[in-house]
Ligand binder design. Structure first.
Ligand code: ATP
Ligand code: MG
Length: 252
């Protein structure tokens, strides 16, 4: 399905106007696979390279070394439209995901491909999946929804493309516990009902244990571990994994 091989990403950083540009390795030789009908979680603390990796897979960011393939085809060989029908990303900040000047109805209609016959029914089907059924959704503007509602609409919009891969970048950020569990249930539903493979990005390892088949752990752009849940849980020798597990137990 998705194969990431030895991907390296370097950002150019200049700390002040007069200093030379310096290389900053945001991802160092990252390799993993997303198998069909599976959920992969990418875990790591702030700055570990999670969003960078997500943007590379969506072709929103160039990278310096390695290969990313979806269904055997290099993502650099995909046409823009073809890739957007294949991978969709839900962004970390639900406030920035919609154009504030457009109604939600307009933004949703715009996301539907021309080939779809009854656009409104198609949109309503995806909205029902994320439990957004109220009649007046279409005429409202983004600011008239709560953060949790906006996040759910962003998920529905991503599903309008029937993507083979859905990347959710910290979908719980800035949501309260009730909304977090609502969104979690929606991902269970998507996993079960839609033919969509999910990449779930989070710093919460306990959430990742609940939903994923495989887990990739990043630290400062390096792969700490990649494996199934049992392999991660049983790796007692890894201090960083223990830290992540202990941190979530403290929060619960
Ligand atoms: N455009 C950029 N130019 C230079 N450095 C960048 C750029 N974008 C990100 N970085 C750096 O790359 C590193 C990884 O950033 P990234 O956003 O991928 O982390 P993250 O794991 O998503 O963090 P968070 O959990 O806070 O969202 C960070 O140190 C960040 O400062
Ligand atoms: Mg991020």
């Amino acid at each position: 399905m998705l194969k990431v091989e030895n991907v390296t990403k370097i950002y150019k950083k200049n700390s002040s106007l007069f200093q030379k540009e310096e290389d900053f390795v945001a991802l160092n030789n990252i390799s993993f696979e997303l198998e069909k009908d599976k959920v992969l979680s990418v875990i790591g603390e702030s700055g570990s390279g999670k969003t960078t990796l997500a943007k590379i897979i969506c072709s929103l960011l160039p990278f310096d070394d390695g290969i990313v393939k979806i269904n055997g085809k290099n993502i650099l060989d995909y046409k823009k439209q073809e890739l957007s029908n294949t991978v969709q990303m839900i962004f970390q900040n639900p406030y920035a995901s919609f154009n504030p000047k457009l109604t939600i109805g307009y933004s949703l209609h715009e996301a539907v491909d021309e080939g779809i016959k009854n656009k409104k029914d198609f949109i309503n089907e995806k909205l029902a999946l994320v439990d957004m059924k109220e009649d007046d959704i279409f005429d409202k503007y983004p600011h008239q929804f709560s953060g949790g509602q906006r996040q759910r609409i962003a998920i529905a919009r991503a599903l309008l493309k029937n993507p083979k891969i859905l990347i959710a970048d910290e979908p719980f950020a800035s949501l309260d516990v009730i909304n977090q569990s609502l969104i979690m249930d929606i991902f269970y539903k998507i996993k079960k009902e839609q033919k969509t493979n999910i990449i779930f990005i989070t710093h919460d390892i306990s959430a990742a244990f609940k939903i994923s088949d495989k887990i990739l752990i990043l630290q400062n752009g390096n792969m700490v571990k990649y494996g199934n849940i049992e392999e991660i849980k049983s790796d007692k020798t890894n201090g960083y994994i223990n830290e992540l597990i202990n941190a979530t137990y403290l929060m619960e």
